[in-house]
Write a protein that binds this ligand. Structure first.
Ligand SMILES: Cc1cc2nc3c(=O)[nH]c(=O)nc-3n(C[C@H](O)[C@H](O)[C@H](O)COP(=O)(O)OP(=O)(O)OC[C@H]3O[C@@H](n4cnc5c(N)ncnc54)[C@H](O)[C@@H]3O)c2cc1C
Ligand code: FES
Ligand code: FES
Length: 479
């Protein structure tokens, strides 16, 4: 596909609205991070760099995707300039307007003394600004969730949370969204030697994938983005999945939830939470709001991390993947997708078109727990997911899957066998926990020792029993 030229024959760059004004970034490589672009090219240095890997929130900006009206907080250190094509970008410089009057969020931060060194402050302001755009007055849980991706080392969170309450309380209905019309996203851009391709149909995506075998396939970029931000390494050809119509669909049918291959965690969360509250709880602890707003469910599976949060949940729920390739589509259970450490069954020319999670039969119990050192914004040491069917006090069906216990996310088949047909009791769970050693030989690493992982995994079985029985949970965090 030849890159488009403007009417004057000039090669076009990435076009977006920057703080309400049409903007073009004509000569930067499309996989440059938005943070580098703002600070280095656009002269907007209000957005700060802390960690450059999505962990601190100092770089938070707000993005309204093309065709959406929702402002979402994202980490500028991982988001790329190419992803902005056709979008609106709001940075801290855009808040106070020409008259320099502080925005209500900025005013609340001042009134509540919520800033000292100020390094984290622009990120907090933007995270709160995005929260303020949502339609309801947030409760404290929603405020904490919106701020879980922002670190402050000096001020402490009490005044910041107070500023959030003040700024978002009865926020006026005419919320301050950037004005101006969004430009349409371009399907192809060539900037210097770099090519950015953003197909809008699955067929076009598959054709491009076949003709550019060396291309980098980019979804949210929360994994891949680290190579741009940390290593300053850029692919010659990048294919973005973000505008592929079929992959942006989220569909609920009586028998399944269908999550398109470009649907983000934030987008999938409400439907997942409604069907399986325990899955919703895991998704709410996935990274931070900034990460969930761009990270996709498919990207979390395709990166084949042994400690990814969603694979064990989807395995226990017996979910399937629809893999699309040049010869059509094939379905594969999630548990057959992972072949070896960081290797999947995905062919070179295939993509994950959608994920299908079957609706559970009435009476099916599903629980999942993520064990990590911090509650928010942390990677799992172990994650366990359990789907149970009970009849007349007996376990008639059991699917258990773990992350963090092997080189790939995996079912605990021996443990399942030790449980099916047995009486549903705490003793049964304790007995079956011993089978865990036959299922897994976990690794020792800086996150947890092998012994800890085995102990936690066995304890989670007891926790499952107690949780379902309404009893107090067992301590699972002690080695
Ligand atoms: C700060 C931070 C916190 C994080 N927290 C968590 C966490 O709590 N839990 C967790 O599990 N992970 C976490 N992650 C890891 C990461 O966010 C997830 O794995 C995320 O879901 C990846 O999705 P993405 O859309 O950003 O993928 P990308 O980075 O765009 O891509 C990842 C890989 O998937 C491939 N891919 C993407 N979409 C498709 C598709 N449709 N078909 C085929 N291949 C595809 C890409 O080619 C690439 O190889 C975190 C990452 C960061 C930076
Ligand atoms: S600089 Fe830390 S999250 Fe971006
Ligand atoms: S005010 Fe210094 S890090 Fe928050």
């Amino acid at each position: 596909m030849a890159p488009p030229l403007s009417r004057t024959g000039r090669k076009m760059g990435v076009r977006f609205l920057l703080n309400g004004t049409a903007h073009e970034a004509p000569s930067v490589v499309p996989t440059m991070t938005v943070l580098d672009y703002l600070r280095g090219e656009a002269g907007l240095r209000g957005t700060k760099e802390g960690c450059a890997e999505g962990d601190c929130g100092a770089c938070t900006v707000a993005v309204v995707r093309h065709g959406s009206t929702r402002a979402e907080a994202v980490n500028a250190c991982l988001y790329t300039v190419g992803q902005l094509d056709g979008a609106r970008l709001m940075t801290v410089e855009g808040l106070s307007g020409r008259d320099e009057t502080p925005d209500p969020v900025q005013q609340a931060m001042i009134s509540c003394h919520a800033s000292q060194c100020g390094f984290c402050t622009p990120g907090f302001v933007m995270a709160l600004w995005a929260l303020r755009q949502e339609s309801v007055t947030p409760d404290d849980d929603a405020i904490h969730e919106a701020l879980a991706g922002n670190l402050c080392r000096c001020t402490g969170y009490r005044p910041i949370v107070e500023a959030a309450r003040q700024a978002c309380r009865n926020a006026p209905p005419d919320r301050e969204t950037p004005d101006g019309t969004m430009p349409a996203p371009q399907e192809s851009l060539a900037i210097g030697k770099a090519i950015w391709l953003a197909p809008v149909t699955l067929d076009a995506l598959l054709t491009l994938k076949r003709s550019h075998s060396e291309a980098l396939l980019l979804a949210g970029g929360t994994d891949v983005g680290l190579q741009f931000s940390k290593e300053r390494r850029h692919a010659a050809v990048t294919i973005s999945t973000s505008h592929v119509r079929e992959m942006r669909l989220l569909k609920e049918t009586p028998d399944a939830l269908h999550i398109g291959g470009a649907v983000t965690i934030s987008e999938a969360l409400p439907a997942c939470e409604q069907a399986w509250p325990a899955l919703g709880a895991i998704m709410r602890r996935f990274g931070s709001r900034q990460i969930r707003n761009v990270a996709t469910v498919a990207g979390n599976l395709a990166n084949a991390s042994p400690i990814g949060d969603l694979a064990p949940c989807l395995m226990a729920l017996n979910a399937e993947l629809d893999l699309a390739g040049p010869d059509g589509e094939r379905s594969l259970p999630v548990e057959e997708f992972f072949c070896a450490y960081r290797r999947t069954a995905l062919g070179d020319t295939e993509v994950i078109a959608r994920i299908r999670i079957p609706r559970p039969a009435d009476g099916t119990i599903f629980r999942a727990w993520k064990i990590s050192k911090r509650h928010d914004q942390d990677i799992s040491a172990v994650i366990g997911a359990f789907r149970v069917v009970l009849r007349n006090g007996l376990i008639v069906d059991m699917r258990i899957a773990f992350g963090g216990m092997a080189a790939v996310p995996a079912r605990a088949l021996e443990t399942e066998r030790a449980l099916v047909g047995r009486t549903w009791s705490e003793n049964t769970m304790r007995d079956a926990g011993r089978a865990m050693e036959r299922d897994f030989s976990p690794i020792d690493d800086q996150r947890a020792s092998a012994a800890y992982r085995l102990r936690v995994a066995a304890n989670l079985l007891v926790r499952l029993y107690r949780d379902v029985a309404g009893e107090s949970a067992v301590e699972v965090n002690q080695a």
